[in-house]
Design a protein around this ligand. Structure first.
Ligand SMILES: [Zn+2]
Length: 261
């Protein structure tokens, strides 16, 4: 995995999906918030790619999980299990923000895994958000984060962060919907999932046509594409998004891609 230059605001730790891929791991992102690093999603392997960026468990200021699908959240049990092993050095609480119904889902993991799912040495501060039709503003790591419900899974939220250099919107997994469009409105960077080709639309996900339409409509400064299924390997997604009418810069991310505002 490439290490971005210093000074990045957001690092794509995992640019892929649940399907194993040599350049794209399951979803995970590192936000450099005002007070320190924040994880946004943590699919399998995210913690190891986080370590490659020099960020340890004790350094995290918080976590935001966009939904319950395993390619976005399975390293949570891994993190809690790792905390059972002495030496991680964390004592302060770890805030974790989730969408509607996630606590019930996570409770089932806790029931199944018992004490291996209990953090040791620190407390987890859970907050479940239910934005409904509106927006929820929350501070994570000293940075303002706006959360909105999006169309994908009942637990799904997406977000927009306001950093000193500008704003980043992140779709998580989402179909084209009003919540996602509101988060992207005027964003300097939109990190958007792009799961399939325009002629092979997967419900609950975006195609290059929808990415272009959202980015153009929201006057997004630039687009970073993530969550491409392997059937898009070999497709020129930059050209596709341009063909469907977005004329700003587009990057097709691989693991380790860093964004500087
Ligand atoms: Zn999903």
């Amino acid at each position: 995995m490439r290490s971005p230059e210093p000074g990045f605001d957001w690092v794509v730790l995992g640019a892929g999906t649940a399907i194993p891929h040599s350049e794209r791991s399951p979803s995970g992102h590192l936000l450099r918030a005002r007070h320190g690093p924040v994880l946004v999603d943590m699919g399998p392997g995210t913690l190891w790619r986080l370590a490659a960026q020099g960020v340890a468990l004790r350094d995290l200021e918080g976590i935001v999980l966009t939904h319950r699908h395993l390619d976005h959240f399975l390293d949570l049990p891994a993190l809690l299990f790792a905390s059972r092993i002495p030496g991680h050095g964390r004592t302060r609480p770890l805030p974790i923000h989730v969408g509607p119904g996630m606590l019930e889902h996570i409770g089932r993991f806790a029931e199944a895994l018992g004490h291996w799912f209990e953090p040791k040495g620190f407390d987890v501060l859970w907050t479940e958000h239910a934005p409904g039709e509106g927006a929820v503003a929350v501070e994570v790591g000293g940075t303002e984060v706006e959360l909105r419900a999006v169309e994908h899974d009942a637990t799904s939220i997406a977000l927009r962060v306001s950093l000193p250099g500008g704003t980043v919107a992140y779709s998580g997994d989402s179909d084209d919907c009003s919540g996602l469009r509101a988060l992207c409105d005027g964003a300097d960077v939109a990190v958007l999932e792009c799961s399939s080709a325009a002629d092979a639309k997967l419900p609950g996900h975006l195609t290059p046509r929808e990415v272009a339409d959202i980015a153009r409509g929201a006057r997004v400064g630039r687009v970073v594409l993530v969550h491409m299924y392997p059937q898009l390997d070999g497709v020129d997604l930059q050209a596709e998004v341009a063909r469907f009418g977005y004329d700003g810069p587009v990057v097709v991310a691989t693991d380790g891609f860093g964004i500087r505002l």
